[in-house]
Design a protein around this ligand. Structure first.
Ligand SMILES: [Mg+2]
Length: 92
């Protein structure tokens, strides 16, 4: 992890709540982002700002999960998946 400020926050969150609770919180935030996106697609009232808020929450938790698991391994798999997607779409 390159960003010391974020590292400090994630270490602090882990010490304060524990990794298990943080994983549950991550799952909750991913669910909230998912629900917000579905409300937009289904044309239920959801302001743009609310979706941004939920995506920001999800991204923070995703970054935290990268820290708990393996950033190197996630980056490796992500690169492989992006290459596969690019190939499927004919993007060079
Ligand atoms: Mg949220």
């Amino acid at each position: 992890m390159k960003n010391n400020y974020k590292t400090k926050i994630f270490i602090s969150a882990s010490k304060h709540w524990g990794q298990t609770k943080q994983m549950i919180a991550a799952a909750e935030e991913f669910s909230e982002a998912s629900a917000a996106l579905l409300r937009v697609v289904n044309e239920k009232v959801e302001s743009f700002h609310e979706v941004i808020e939920e995506l920001a929450d999800a991204e923070i938790m995703c970054e935290q999960m990268r820290y708990y698991f393996s950033e190197v391994e996630i980056d490796r798999v992500k690169k492989m998946k992006l290459e596969k997607l690019a190939e499927k779409l004919g993007v060079k």
